[in-house]
Design a binder for this molecule. Structure first.
Ligand SMILES: [Zn+2]
Length: 373
């Protein structure tokens, strides 16, 4: 999973006479049903081989062939976007498979090009999940349907340190005070760790989980800086696997995202009605995409739409045209028009938001865009 910390480290890397190859490739199986991404990659590799300075090309030749071999030999189902950063001179190789579309580009430079990856962190919401009990805590980050464990906090309570006989020798009241004191210390540790985490990773929201008792216990004890960011709670055991935690966190996220989705859709519809840099419906969206105006593209999940696409320049249309109005190329049938539109929008720097079928957007044409100008 992408992390800001990791990208910061990568950003600090320098060539010292060596070079980095940064590949971004649209590999979405839906828009590349016939392996078009391989042709695209080959063209990009050919272009850089032709345009690069011979001395530079010599230094990145191994990287270019390793990238080509990797993409061609990858039998695994790709997500939507693939990024590879490679520098054989520095024995450096990173691969990121992301579930959002990327604009295809290949850049050779003295430093790795990570702007598109940073944009994903900025544009798609990231959440922290905190799982805790009285003496330990686990912090997770959830982004684009994936979960990663960030770290653990353990504040062990050692009965022997107290009076002879440990906890059992304490009176009922004394015992309760002791537990509260210890839980307080533990929460202080947890909050410190969470704070440093929230600062470093730009996570906007937090979900808290644990046993029912633990959740009740900490609800009132967390400082305002953390409690203000909490969007929900979940119940889970301390030792559950990441996959199981993700399953329990997802419904909380879904209901939160649904709310923020309704707000965005509301804004889109209001602005489109007032004609304030927003449009609704596939026809208007296609015009906006054609004009390079889209800032944010929204469509309902499973918005299936057939259409036509120009074989040579990629222009898309909902009506059958004899030839492309821009380049007179041949128009061919496509049954994944929305994916093509999303890919084109991403290429002009737009953010994509897929919304629930039940949203108001369904009644308003199923697709819309907020525009830059
Ligand atoms: Zn054309």
């Amino acid at each position: 999973m992408l992390s800001r910390e990791e990208l910061k480290e990568i950003a600090r890397l320098e060539g010292n006479g060596t070079y980095y190859v940064s590949l971004y490739l649209n590999v979405n199986p839906v828009t590349n049903p016939g392996g078009e991404h391989i042709i695209r990659l080959k063209n990009m590799l050919k272009d850089s081989a032709e345009s690069l300075d011979k001395a530079v090309l010599k230094k990145v030749k191994d990287d270019l062939s390793a990238i080509e071999a990797h993409v061609l030999g990858n039998k695994r189902e790709f997500k939507k976007g693939l990024s590879i950063l490679s520098s054989s001179g520095n024995s450096f190789w990173r691969e990121y498979n992301v579930s959002v579309p990327l604009r295809s580009e290949l850049i050779v430079d003295k430093t790795p090009h990570i702007k598109p990856l940073l944009d994903i962190l900025d544009n798609y919401k990231r959440y922290a999940a905190l799982l805790l009990d009285k003496e330990s805590a686990r912090i997770f980050i959830v982004h684009l349907g994936e979960i990663t464990e960030y770290g653990e906090v353990h504040t062990p309570d050692v009965p022997g340190r107290h009076k002879k006989g440990g906890w059992f020798a304490l009176s009922q009241n004394h015992y309760a005070r002791h537990v509260n004191y210890h839980v307080g210390l533990h929460l202080k540790d947890v909050v410190e760790k969470l704070d440093s985490f929230l600062k470093g990773e730009v996570v906007s929201r937090v979900i808290v989980g644990g046993s029912e008792a633990a959740v009740v216990m900490i609800k009132g004890l967390l400082p305002k800086t953390v409690s203000d960011r909490i969007i929900g709670f979940f119940q889970a055991g301390m030792f559950e696997s990441n996959t199981d935690i993700l399953k329990k966190v997802e419904p909380v996220l879904a209901s939160f995202e649904k709310k923020s989705e309704q707000e965005t859709v509301g804004e889109l519809i209001t602005r489109a009605e007032k004609n304030e840099r927003a449009v609704l419906g596939i026809g208007n969206v296609l015009n906006a995409v054609q004009g390079g105006k889209v800032m944010k593209l929204l469509f309902v999940r499973d918005f299936g739409l057939q259409g036509y696409s120009c074989k040579s320049c990629g222009t898309v249309s909902t009506t059958r045209l004899k030839e492309c109005p821009y380049c007179k190329g041949r128009m061919e049938d496509v049954n994944y028009l929305v994916d093509l539109v999303a890919q084109k929008a991403v290429e002009q720097g737009a953010v994509i938001e897929v919304v629930d079928e039940a949203s108001e957007l369904s009644k308003a044409g199923g697709i819309g865009a907020i525009l830059r100008f």
